[in-house]
Design a protein around this ligand. Structure first.
Ligand code: NAD
Length: 532
């Protein structure tokens, strides 16, 4: 007999390794049932007015704000990040993305009437409608367990889709809590609770969701999983938005006047969230002439970082999310050291409970080291010297990823170089990861970091299909009821002259000026009553 499928899983506290809770694994039957319920609820939700949907998002943001401490504690317990980071990086974005889509949603989704063009001459008016795609699956990672899912949820709900969230198996409590939050607001609005559903589980639950009758998928996670999902959905003609990994290069230029400030940015961007951010600075390139001073400044700053329990107010960085991620980072560092790199700080797994890995600074890193060629999802900063600008641009772009990139130095020079980086987000004298905090900016990468866009008008419109509505205003007017293109072949040479007159109207500017004699004769000869 085949073994019974597993129906639950345990979530452990990353800071202690102790169990935090048990969660269910949604089976394929449960997934399909949720999808059917979502389709039913969508028939109601899509007809709810834009102003009600706007208020709904605003009420969700308000409800989130009433429970800041409880949310911060839950996020911190599940991920191991300090409470301060849970508030600043997760909650701030979640609230702002809800408010942003509530503000721009009604304007972007309103029917648009098309202004004068050639078709107006023919008595036609057109409207562009934005209709929801239907049931949207949102599959999320664990590193920002509130901010990332909420970005997709706010956009998809605003445009009238129903949503099924599959949170990461490493942050199932945050996923369930998002479900409770949104259901409580749906209840206030007397709306069906199946407008939003949460299915906990592992990769298999996500796979069942992908295999089901969904209409769109917003996936954030690793490149291999994202590519697999994209291929499977594309075969069924279903679109997806993918936000995948990153390997952000940071270039410090010879012209940088303030190495203290530039290295502070590098340290924050690399070690916040214990280095577990898609957009974190993952490779630092420094002019050879300033290499030693930069390494020594970094060493000094990194030695002052406190790694500890997430609820200790002095903690800068907590543990990694689990043993697998810690083993992965440890392997990448061991292999890099074996190639000849030097650990200026950290570099080995500490003896303590929980999944800790120390903030690690690596110098003299060979270019074929795993910490440069792979995504490092942990607190490891490799520093690489360069001699020419051409060389550093080549090294920065030599990665399968293309999410963020940044350059520090004299502003004009830094901008010229930043514009040559093959990434979706570039920053000059700042780091690209902060852009994620601004819901109005498009967030997306190239190569193995995408394709897909979060935030901005585009992410909202991506959850809709376009429907063009055309009205024939002449239909009620007998002399022009049948337009000139309906069948009417007399065989006379004027037929072609009329076709050419029509072509001139379409082919040039100022259509009124093109209403020439051939057109006039054609209109009389081809009048409505004579058409087949
Ligand atoms: P992951 O790919 O392992 O998992 C992501 C989600 O996919 C999880 O919910 C998981 O259960 C689900 N999943 C796994 N297999 C599946 C399948 N076959 N079908 C459907 N769903 C499946 O990624 P992760 O480890 O949770 O996240 C870390 C990665 O996410 C990193 O590479 C990071 O750079 C990336 N990330 C990218 C962004 C961005 O905005 N570009 C943001 C955050 C994280």
């Amino acid at each position: 007999m085949p073994p019974e499928p597993q129906t639950t899983f345990t979530k452990n506290n990353p800071a202690t390794g102790e169990p935090l809770g048990m969660y269910s694994i949604a089976s394929s039957e449960q997934v399909n049932e949720a999808i059917e319920q979502a389709h039913k609820a969508q028939k109601i939700w899509k007809n709810v007015s834009l102003s009600t949907r706007k208020s709904f998002l605003q009420s969700t943001a308000k409800a989130l704000m009433t429970e800041v401490d409880a949310w911060a504690q839950l996020i911190s317990a599940e991920t191991g990040k300090p409470l301060k980071d849970a508030i600043e990086t997760d909650m701030t974005l979640a609230v702002s993305v809800l408010n942003y889509y509530s503000q721009i949603g009604p304007k972007l989704l309103k029917e648009k009437r098309y202004q004068l063009d050639q078709s107006f001459l023919l008595g036609l008016v057109h409207y562009e409608r934005r209709v929801p795609k239907g049931v949207v699956a949102i599959i999320s990672p664990w590193n920002f367990p509130l901010a990332i899912p909420m970005s997709g949820i706010a956009a998809a709900l605003m445009s009238g889709n129903t949503v099924i969230l599959k949170p990461s198996e490493l942050t199932p409590g945050c996923g369930e809590r998002i479900g409770e939050l949104i259901r409580s607001v749906l209840k206030q609005f007397n709306l069906p609770e199946n407008i939003f559903q949460v299915l906990t589980g592992e990769g298999s639950t996500g796979q069942n969701l992908i295999d089901g009758r969904i209409n769109y998928c917003v996936f954030t996670g690793s490149a291999p999983t994202g590519r697999k999902i994209q291929t499977q959905l594309a075969q069924r003609g279903i679109e997806s938005s993918l936000e995948l990994g990153g390997s952000c290069p940071m270039i410090i230029l010879e012209s940088e006047p303030d190495l203290d400030a530039a290295t502070s940015y590098a340290v924050w961007s690399r070690f916040v969230n214990t280095g577990q951010a898609c957009a974190a600075v993952k490779r630092l390139y420094v002019p050879s002439s300033r290499y030693n001073i930069v390494v020594s400044l970094l060493r000094e700053k990194i030695n002052q970082l406190n790694q500890g329990l997430p609820d200790d107010p002095l903690t800068h960085l907590g543990p990694l999310i689990n043993e697998t991620q810690r083993d992965l980072i440890a392997r990448q560092v061991v292999e890099t050291l074996a190639k000849g790199a030097q650990a200026e700080t950290g570099g080995s797994v500490p003896e303590r409970p929980g999944w800790y890995y120390p903030p690690t600074l690596l110098s003299h890193v060979p270019l074929d080291s795993p910490v440069l060629t792979e995504e490092t999802f942990g607190p490891v900063l490799p520093v690489v010297p360069y001699d020419t600008i051409e060389e550093v641009i080549e090294m920065a772009n030599n990665t399968p990823y293309g999410l963020t990139g940044c350059v520090f130095g004299e502003e004009k020079e830094a901008e010229a170089i930043a514009r040559k980086l093959d990434t979706g987000i570039i920053a000059i004298n700042g780091v690209g990861m902060t852009n994620y905090g601004f819901a109005s900016l498009p967030w997306g990468g190239r190569k193995d970091s995408g394709p897909g866009v979060s935030h901005s008008p585009q992410a909202l419109l991506d959850t809709t299909n376009t429907q063009t509505l055309t009205k024939n205003l002449m239909y009620g007017f007998a002399p022009l009821k049948k337009p000139p293109w309906l069948f009417n072949h007399s065989g006379a040479p004027q037929d072609l002259a009329f076709s050419k007159a029509i072509l001139r109207v379409f082919g040039g500017k100022g259509w009124l000026a093109k209403l020439d004699l051939a057109m006039l004769i054609g209109l009389i000869r081809n009048r409505s009553s004579k058409r087949l």
